[in-house]
Design a protein around this ligand. Structure first.
Ligand code: GLC
Ligand code: CA
Length: 546
């Protein structure tokens, strides 16, 4: 089947289902709720939805611990509601992609339950190792969430590997039967009509031969031994050849610790490329080192370096996935912007990434400039990763760190209105609602032409109307500035200039040559002050001809 690469014209909206919209009043977001909001999603100009996991799951990692890959959880409305939402999206010309989480399953998955009892053919579905005589663990790897990466199972009398939580055992992808299971899952959803997959930590699925100790990494020990492992390309090609190539679908790979050169091994555009786009983390490391765990002050230059590097190095070779938020990071306004200049900085951030070359993803709530949630006590966090982070610190030092790093910061219910529970549910919400919902909510922003929401709409509409946003070459101006982000997009016919301030003071700036006659298409302040940008102001200019 021909790959039309339809995603290049699109903007995606990410739904994290538990907190999006509750349709039946039990306090948990669900597909009934999504169904009611399809018109809203479309009104943003989004053409596609990425669903974080909707499958049956014990929920210890909010659905990223799957116990049945070919079903939809009852709490989300089951298969019946999924079909309705899928049809409703397709009827609006929108695509739907699912989260494919196959590095690990839930320990409650039938495969694991059989594997621990050595029931064939499941015996080697997971990565089991015997106890060592000296009492040591099979190797020195850390899990990403909960202590060491090994858990002893008394029933089987062996250890199993879990790169994430204890209840998320890693699948043994070296076993061809496991790969067949993955292909069955892919086929199942594609046959049902879904349009592609976001592949969860997919670069982790092939572990180094013999699972050797790691002597390199001080934390997340082991990562170099399983990230981009020895058979990764073989397995992804197999999924492509055997299943994906028979559908005109899209794949998006989550890839921690990846840089453009590495990414090209997966996404370089050839008829057989394994993957279409990558979720890289460099754009999320402008205020941290390597992951949210090691916080640093925000540096605009770091952000710009990451953006420019991916823009330049993928040019003509592969396609970028663009994002600033998802369910794994605190809200971007609180990180890269300013809560004091919330609306202004939300708009500047939007313009900074929405006019780059690639396919943008918007995470629920980002489009209204939702801010991070700051609970009063660390006990209030739900997330399994957060609960284990900085555990050795006293509460007074731990809490501020969690405020900066926790994934729960962006997992509070979507703020629809200033009604009770932010209009998210008529029942008791499963999680805390951010108290600022009375000021920051969709209903209020619908009525304000200058709102963040309406800025997103305008920016997305513009990006779709202008071929230069899809096709133009990217060129950064003043890369050393730590206050302004300025870039050009250029084709023979058009030039676009994007100017974003990340400063809370007025900043002078000079238009590049020839742009004085440019037309102001979009701005975050109602009027234009020549040569000066007010706090966090952004503007987009167009010039015809080169
Ligand atoms: C990915 C997901 C994250 C999840 C983890 C383990 O990073 O985005 O939410 O906890 O994988 O599945
Ligand atoms: Ca519900």
């Amino acid at each position: 089947m021909e790959r039309t690469r339809w995603y290049k014209d699109m903007v995606f909206y990410q739904i994290w289902p538990r907190s999006f919209c509750d349709g039946n009043g039990d306090g948990i977001g669900d597909l009934q709720g999504v169904y009611e909001k399809l018109d809203y999603i479309q009104s943003l100009g989004a053409d596609g939805i990425w669903f974080s996991p909707l499958y049956p799951s014990p929920g210890i990692d909010c659905g990223y611990d799957i116990s049945d890959y070919m079903n939809i959880a009852a709490e989300y409305g089951g298969m019946e509601w999924f079909r309705k939402v899928l049809d409703g999206a397709h009827a609006r010309g929108m695509k739907v992609i699912m989260d494919l989480v196959v590095n690990h399953t839930s320990d409650e998955h039938e495969w694991f339950q059989k594997s621990r009892r050595r029931v064939d053919p499941y015996t080697d579905y997971y990565i089991w190792r015997p106890k060592k005589a000296n009492g040591k663990l099979p190797n020195n790897w850390d899990s990403n969430f909960e202590g060491k990466a090994w858990q002893y199972d008394p029933l089987r009398g062996e250890y199993y590997l879990h790169l994430f939580a204890v209840k998320q055992p890693d699948l043994n992808m070296d076993n061809p039967l496991v790969r067949e299971e993955v292909k069955k899952v892919l086929r199942f959803w594609l046959e049902l009509g879904v349009d592609g997959f976001r592949e969860d930590v997919i670069t982790y699925i092939s572990k180094a031969e013999g699972l050797p100790d790691d002597h390199l990494f001080p934390v997340y020990k082991g990562m170099p031994k399983y990230n981009h492992g020895p058979h990764i390309h073989e397995y992804l090609s197999e999924f492509r050849t055997d299943v994906l190539s028979h559908y005109d679908c899209m794949t998006l790979a989550e890839a921690p610790l990846v840089w453009p050169k590495r990414a090209l091994e997966y996404i370089r555009e050839t008829p057989n490329s394994e993957i279409d786009m990558m979720i890289q983390f460099q754009c999320m490391c402008a205020d941290c080192l390597f992951s949210d765990y090691f916080h640093l002050p925000f540096s605009l230059r770091r952000m710009k370096r990451a953006f420019s590097s991916w823009q330049n190095k993928l040019e003509g070779k592969a396609w970028n996935m663009l994002y600033l938020e998802n369910h794994d990071h605190p809200r971007v306004v609180s990180r890269y912007g300013s809560e004091q200049y919330r609306a202004e900085s939300a708009k500047s951030l939007a313009a900074a990434y929405l006019f780059l070359k690639g396919t943008p993803f918007v995470y629920q709530g980002q489009e209204i400039g939702m801010t991070s949630w700051y609970p009063e006590h660390s006990d209030m966090y739900e997330d399994v990763q957060t609960r284990n982070q900085y555990r050795n610190l006293p509460e007074s030092r731990r809490l501020p760190k969690l405020h900066q790093a926790s994934r729960d910061s962006a997992r509070t219910p979507m703020q629809w209105s200033d009604e009770e529970n932010a209009g998210f549910t008529s029942g008791k919400p499963w999680f805390y609602v951010n108290r600022n919902y009375t000021e920051i909510n969709v209903a209020q922003q619908e009525n304000d032409p200058e709102s963040v929401l309406n800025f997103y709409r305008k920016a997305i509409a513009l990006r779709k109307a202008l071929p230069v946003v899809k096709d133009g070459i990217y060129r950064e101006l003043h890369p050393l500035s730590n206050r302004l982000y300025m870039y050009l997009r250029q084709t023979k016919q058009q030039q676009l200039l994007v100017v974003c301030s990340f400063s809370s003071k007025a900043e002078r700036f000079r238009m590049p040559k020839g742009f004085t006659s440019g037309e102001l298409l979009l701005g975050s302040y109602p009027d234009e002050e020549p040569g000066v940008l007010r706090p966090y102001e952004c503007r987009v200019y167009l010039k015809q001809g080169d």
